[in-house]
Design a protein around this ligand. Sequence first.
Ligand SMILES: NC(=O)c1ccc[n+]([C@@H]2O[C@H](COP(=O)([O-])OP(=O)(O)OC[C@H]3O[C@@H](n4cnc5c(N)ncnc54)[C@H](OP(=O)(O)O)[C@@H]3O)[C@@H](O)[C@H]2O)c1
Length: 740
Amino acid sequence: MTVAEDGAPVQPVTRMVWRLTERPRPAGPHPRLAGIRVLLIGGEEDIAAGVERELKEHGALVRREPDGPGPVDAIVDLTVGRAYDPDPAAFAGAWREALTETVTALRGVYDDWAAETTADRLFYLAVSYLGGGMGRHPRDGLEQPLGGIWAGLAKTLHREFPNVNARVVDIGLAASADLPGIVAAELGRTGEIEVGHRDGRRFTLTPEDRPVAAPALTLGPEDTVLISGGGRGIGWELARSLAARHGVRVVVTGREPFPSGDEPWFGVDEAGWKRYEKEVWAGRTKGESPAKTRARLARTRRLWELATHLTGARREGLRIEYARCDFTDRAQVRELIRREDALEGGRLAGVVHNAGVDTSARLPKKTDEEILRTVEVKIEGFLNVFEEVRDRDLKFFCSVGSLTGRLGGMVGQLEYAAANDGLARLGQWAARRAAFPVMTLAWPTWDRIGLIANFAATLRYMAAIDVADGLERWRAELLGASEGEVTFVGPLGQAIDPGQAIGYPVVPALPGFATAYPKIFHLGEVTAYQPHAHMTARVVLDPEHTPALGDFRVDGAPALPPSLLLENALRAAEWIVPEDFPALTAGLLEEIVVPLSLLRPDGSAIRLVREARGFHEGHNWVVEVRYRREGPGTAPRRACASSTRPARPGHPPRRVPPSSRPPPSAPGRRSCTGAAPWCRSAHGRWSLRADWWPRSRGACRPTCGRRPSCPARPCRSPRWRTWCGGAPPRATASRSPPTH
Ligand SMILES: NC(=O)c1ccc[n+]([C@@H]2O[C@H](COP(=O)([O-])OP(=O)(O)OC[C@H]3O[C@@H](n4cnc5c(N)ncnc54)[C@H](OP(=O)(O)O)[C@@H]3O)[C@@H](O)[C@H]2O)c1
């Protein structure tokens, strides 16, 4: 099992809310607009025509037909439209049509965009109309609350197209006339993914750790809590917890009728279920495919879980009931609430919209209907129940969201992330229209519960939350009558992409900051990227962000300490990992060659181009990192660092004689021919240790002195000390993603 970096699969989470923070406005259209081939989709005609005109004025080539000729470099997506129509039929039709248009455009560019390796060609820019503050500014009108669907989609696009620069730009209706200028200024830039424009200012969202409020309400036997889809998964865990801890009556729901009790599996325990499964496989009719049998068993298993949960709870005296109700059907939801109203003594005190589905597959592998279905359950499910209860005196309304909405989803979760961010922003809209608190809780993966098909794979993205901890936190949010979107963030895993790293402000309060930040700090401006294979980046080391720049001298002049360059190389190597994301530590640092001229600043800063390439060599995963000065004619001034680590846990790193390495002529690889190793470090760890530095300085001369092996010692200081010597640079207080 792959674990999140530096730890166990389950780790503590931090409660974070995302607040508006101001960012500088771009000075004007980016020069990249000249000649960029833009596909403009959706939008009311006057708005779309204005955007088209403006982009053309700046040299862009704009077309409106998704199936037109030639490649597309940028999609400007205006499909969400400005006005929200509360009529259920019109509403459902509008978002489905808009999302289908978006998906059609993405399918059209898919092969080209998925294969692109340069990092500054592809752009996706969607516009939402929440008010310019992404629904979080107190004066945001949230005129069109569905923009979150496109925000969640934009934040996950990099999982389909690793080099797309996605951005979702939020404005208010009143700023519609400014939209063409705003689009022209935002298109073609990298950096922040979520941007809002209001009152002439430009915002993004920054996480902040905030404790939950003290309990503001009580729950007791007189209360009923309705949980959509609470018959299993995390909804069931909450149902049990509320019934057991507070004595409340809980109504859980699902789309299936409750089992009759005559089924051969009804009432059996886990061992009995296993026996039943075996019997099904043994008695399978010849014509039935294994996939069909698996699907049949999966559905039966869901019913078995539901029955087991409900009958067990009844035995324990917990007041949990099951009602069949498809939350995407307004009539069924209305009927359910009506039945509840008719019950004597029952008081609907709270609603938890927890229903959700996920078809985890890349875009080409799923149908439009599957995509719409995932969004529908969250979005229309929410509206159907909210509209039925909005005038009531509820104690709370809680939506069950996911960090995939806030931070972007995993591979295969494009529309799941869209659904979840849509849900969170819809919750902000609803909060303005209800007298009760409306909250959206955005969870990471729970420890092996619920719809997550591949738990181990989720850990590549973030550690999981402990079930008992999640339940305590969930109850605390309900009792604390929380409002708005609350996120529970664990340490990031290895699967963070460069686009994500610069797409969000990274603050010290984020869990795992000390591990993640050096990697992000040293990322540089990526110019080419192929996941699991290579990355090219511009690296600028200047005195403001790299105070150690003058601590080293070459011929008496201030220069870059070689240790810092090596740290940069090691951090670069962390971005290039094998496809199965094994947990790795650096085993060897070898063939480190540092031409001294590379270390001299050009003016006050050092500007380098760094290339990192990863490849398997036997059991080892090797990453080669090379630098050259930026600019023409500087290619020979190159530092090489190559690190080797065991690709398979349990296999010690295998020294590979240079002669057995891929030849220098291998595609895309260059050798440091003639360069003698400066230092080798055996069994080192990834970070360049502060106390490694003096040892190498004393023993290995930068002028290609040779030393067979420099074992690295364990680090006694926090990792960031290795690159900034004392304290993180000021910029770490809230890293401002660069925009280019
Ligand atoms: N598990 C996690 O790690 C995790 C993490 C973050 C967020 N979440 C969120 O937590 C919620 C619960 O997910 P889970 O992981 O516990 O998955 P789960 O066990 O599959 O539960 C999903 C529930 O939704 C119900 N459902 C689906 N479509 C429905 C519809 N149209 N109407 C009514 N009910 C419907 C299902 O019931 P039937 O199939 O019987 O209809 C089932 O009870 C989801 O919203 C999910 O996005 C889960």
